[in-house]
Design a protein. Sequence first.
Length: 262
Amino acid sequence: MYYAYRYYQARKRRRAPDHDPEDEELRRLEPPVHDAGNPAGTENTSSETGAGEISIQELQFDRSCKLGEGQFGEVWKGYMEVEEKVKTVAVKILKGNTMFKEKEDFKTEMETLKNVPAHKNIVPLIATSSKEDPLFIVMEYQTMGSLQRVLRNGRGNTYYSNTYGCSKFTAQQLLTFAYEVACGMTHIAELGYLHRDLATRNVLVDEHFTCKISDFGLARDVSLIREYESRSQYLCKGSFSESPRLLHYLAISLSANPLNWI
């Protein structure tokens, strides 16, 4: 992950007009199915996501497919008409028994997602409902599920043994996963946000095996707090998945975003 991030930063500093052998090496890291017109790490510089307010009546839920569940919310597979086409979506919906604080946190997540411009390695926001209960967020559905699931399926049931050489993924593919996550986290950091809960369970994978950052429930705008904040002030549920470096120094900053899970 560290080397992928350093490579990404080096690439941003170099913009040679002619053929660059390092660009060729970078292209070899990307799966061939990636859209050449929008390679990993590029972004739409618009500050608008285009996501609007909708009512729950505009959604059709697949009640046989619950994608996830937490203490205060559930994620369901659903369908929604977008530009006269039926689109498969993931709907994160707040449970009815939540308190005022949980509702405000959920609305904060909505606003964070609306303020993050489109990026190939961020799960796209489609719509929200913040005016009336139930509150929900509509995201683009990612066919392969979480990166955690993808990696575990790639090595079978050998969760707790020495798994070196057991994965069906090549070293190049694994490095591509790390590179794409670094691209997404760098994009978030450049906007001034701390994700604070990066883990493979919160990285989703589409049908082309492109990694996309999700779950901004703990993300915070550092302009509203301190840019460099004591970690001991807000130890949260993501603590056990974070890097030993962050836990050792009990401090976090924007530069930690892309390196969060080393």
